[in-house]
Ligand binder design. Structure first.
Ligand code: ATP
Ligand code: MG
Length: 391
């Protein structure tokens, strides 16, 4: 055991010394087998939440009703979850109630895919009753048990399946893929926020083309916000030049550039994206569509973040551009934002002996444009002279 597992080892030891079973489970075990970087280690135990809390001095009830206690150790939080089954599924979503059990095998059985249903004990030995390792070796994503049942229990698993395809480059096992086709309409019962999280991960995945192909192959797009009519643009999206370095604002900008180029804001609202996301994407698309060549003023108005997004968007759509040069041009502007102007509205009122009013914003903008375009030096005396002449 190395890295994060080693750091968390004392937790497993405390639990097992007290007579309970305890294992690393979920994504971290999958990722270590795959030789991928590990995010967070999750721990599953036969101890009930109250029993876990008795063993550790600093715990937080993060999800106690689902059996999860966060244990703090060396300023790190570790999620320890009691073995459980999820018996009562309502509305095709995660159940509100869980039943705690003492058996690891029962706990692994309720997990979504065989590759995510492997446990690792404190000695590094794998417990793998559903042949998850074989699936990992074969690079296959298959539901634990009967796929049809698993997706109708919790429809979000279908989105998780596609995002894992994109992240890992694995193939969907046939029954699992067919079950997605059959159960796809159930996705409409899932909170949009949770679909958004999975969709973002799908778009960030290094095999995004495969993930997108499945969105159309399985017809799942028919039940995703704003995408019911988007089959053609989703197919086109597979053919763009996806950059290797990506972050959420960029991938949603790329996504919207095909599926909702003229109404990105409305589209992202359906996905309950943040205001920050909606603004960033719609600004980038507006400049991309209306500004074929940058000028001093459009660079200034766009600002660095938007310029960067637009440049990345151009490259993804195979439009030749020299981003380094564009950014250099931006940084060489006399000012990069309004706060850098050598005058304020207050100065203007004093110089012109006028009462405050809408005229200030108009005049500031005129000064700003003149400075950015190099027609006026950004110095108080020069600006004063210019203002007095103009007025
Ligand atoms: P990531 O690396 O993105 O965190 P992960 O597999 O760890 O991937 P998590 O959402 O962190 O995904 O969930 C941890 C584990 O919990 C999963 O590996 C899986 O065993 C189980 N799990 C998560 N969501 C579900 C679900 N909707 N249905 C069944 N099991 C799930
Ligand atoms: Mg995880």
């Amino acid at each position: 055991l190395t890295g994060k597992f080693k750091e968390a080892l004392p937790l497993l030891e405390t639990l097992t010394t007290a007579g309970y079973e305890a294992y690393f489970v979920g994504g971290s075990v999958r990722d270590v087998i795959l030789n991928r970087p590990i995010a967070d280690v999750d721990i599953a135990t036969s101890a009930y939440p109250e029993e876990v809390k008795k063993l550790f001095s600093h715990t937080i009830d993060t999800g106690i009703q689902h059996g999860t206690v966060t244990v703090m150790m060396e300023k790190e939080g570790y999620e320890i979850t009691t073995f459980r089954t999820e018996s009562t599924y309502q509305d095709y979503r995660r159940p509100d109630e869980v039943t705690f059990v003492r058996s690891l095998k029962e706990d692994l059985k309720r997990r979504d895919f065989t590759m995510n249903a492997i446990a690792m004990d404190q000695f590094g030995i794998l417990h793998d009753p559903y042949q998850g390792q074989a699936a990992i070796v074969a690079q296959i994503i298959e539901a634990v048990g009967i796929a049809d049942e698993r997706f109708s229990e919790d429809a979000l698993r279908m989105m998780r399946a596609l995002r894992f395809v994109s992240q890992l480059g694995f193939t969907l096992e046939l029954a699992t893929k067919n079950a997605i086709k059959n159960n796809r309409a159930l996705l409409e019962h899932i909170a949009v926020e949770r679909c958004y999280v999975e969709m973002t991960k799908l778009l960030l995945g290094s095999n995004v083309q495969q993930g997108l192909a499945l969105i159309t192959d399985t017809n799942i797009y028919q039940h995703l916000p704003g995408l019911a009519e988007a089959a053609t643009s989703l197919e086109k999206l597979q053919t763009i030049n996806w950059p290797s370095e990506r972050q959420p604002q960029l991938v949603w900008t790329l996504f919207c550039s095909e599926v909702a180029p003229l109404e990105a804001k409305r589209f992202l609202k359906k996905w309950k994206a943040s205001n920050e996301m909606m603004t960033a994407v719609s600004h980038a698309l507006t400049y991309y569509q209306t500004v074929p060549v940058w000028s001093s003023l459009t660079l200034y108005d766009a600002g660095e973040a938007t310029i960067t997004l637009v440049e990345q968007l151009k490259r993804a759509h195979n439009i030749a551009t020299d981003t380094t040069e564009v950014l250099e041009q931006y940084h060489q502007l006399p000012i990069q934002n309004r706060h850098q102007l050598a005058v304020s509205g207050h100065d203007l009122m004093l110089w012109l002996e006028k009462a405050p009013g809408a005229w200030i914003a108009t005049l500031i903008r005129k000064i700003e444009v003149a400075v950015v375009e190099g027609l006026l030096a950004n110095e108080a005396s020069a600006i004063r002279e210019w203002v007095e002449n103009e007025n």
